[in-house]
Ligand binder design. Structure first.
Ligand SMILES: NC(=O)c1ccc[n+]([C@@H]2O[C@H](COP(=O)([O-])OP(=O)(O)OC[C@H]3O[C@@H](n4cnc5c(N)ncnc54)[C@H](O)[C@@H]3O)[C@@H](O)[C@H]2O)c1
Length: 256
């Protein structure tokens, strides 16, 4: 099967969580389609390795912790300084570390999860929207939410709440900025084979084949490039009538 061909030449995209599983695949796909990409994550070393592996002057890295609004403002400013404008953003950075039900979730763990997964996406959207409004030609923002935005898994109270909230932010901003030509959508991945999923299975002592069968009617984990394909569509004009949407890429999990 051939992939759709996108042309993002002359546009600039920002990707958070860019050295993680999905963020890396999205950064690579956008760069391959001609976009300038400002990639961001927590580690400068991993960022340098990412840029070196893509070997394109159109990809740069800027370290930012998305739970710190000032660092997010600095990241968006760095994208503008380097590439002149912002047209698209994919907010993929998040954390997941829970193994207990709500009654055992500590206040600190709840706050930590919300500060990164929800407040972090809020801060990113706020600064990304301002940058897109600056040129007035519209753009696209994609938030990576989760099937947990609709259906919880056991022992993930704060993560589930944080991902429900990402949908709220997505829909609310989509409604407010449709007039300005900014489309804002969410991708809701099911079980995708990334470091986050592998670590979560290890923490819970789960078997990979068993988990894949349980979480996906298709019977396997999704691949990061399958999420990147959806992100590319949502960032492109091919999805020009789509906003406020939550797109499940989950091997059929939510349908089952
Ligand atoms: N893998 C899955 O099965 C799955 C399922 C549903 C949703 N998701 C979501 O997909 C997105 C991508 O996850 P992934 O599976 O690629 O995970 P990953 O752990 O491979 O990547 C996440 C990246 O986010 C970065 N990050 C964490 N905290 C940060 C912070 N405070 N500031 C900046 N960067 C930070 C990490 O360093 C990491 O590189 C996340 O939003 C995750 O919640 C993943």
């Amino acid at each position: 099967m051939t992939s759709p061909i996108y042309d993002f030449s002359g546009t600039t995209a920002l990707v958070t969580g860019a050295t993680g599983g999905m963020g890396r695949a999205i950064t690579e796909a956008l760069a391959a389609a001609g976009a300038n990409v400002m990639a961001s994550d927590l580690s400068d070393d991993a960022g340098r390795a990412l840029v070196a592996s893509i070997e394109s002057a159109r990809v740069a890295f800027h370290r930012a912790d998305i739970s710190d609004s000032d660092q997010v403002a600095g990241l968006v400013a760095a994208a503008i300084e380097r590439f002149g404008r912002l047209d698209a953003a994919v907010n993929a950075a998040a954390i997941e570390f829970e193994t207990v039900p709500l009654g055992e979730c500590t206040d600190d763990d709840f706050d930590r999860m919300m500060n990164v997964n929800t407040r972090g996406v809020f801060a990113c959207m706020k600064h990304e929207i301002a940058a897109i409004l600056e040129h007035g030609e519209g753009g696209s923002i994609v938030n990576i939410a989760s099937t947990n935005s609709f259906r919880p898994q056991h022992d993930q109270p704060a993560y589930t709440a944080s991902k429900h909230a990402v949908l709220g932010l997505t829909r609310s901003a989509a409604f407010d900025y449709a007039d300005a030509g900014i489309r804002i959508n969410a991708i809701c991945p099911g079980a995708i084979d990334t470091p986050m999923l592998r670590t979560a299975m290890e923490r819970r002592g789960r078997d990979a084949d068993d988990t894949a069968r349980r979480l996906s009617p298709i019977g396997r984990f999704g691949r990061p490039d399958e999420i990147a394909a959806a992100a590319m569509w949502l960032c492109s004009d091919a999805s020009s009538f789509t906003t406020g949407h939550a797109l499940a890429i989950d091997g059929g999990m939510l349908a089952s």
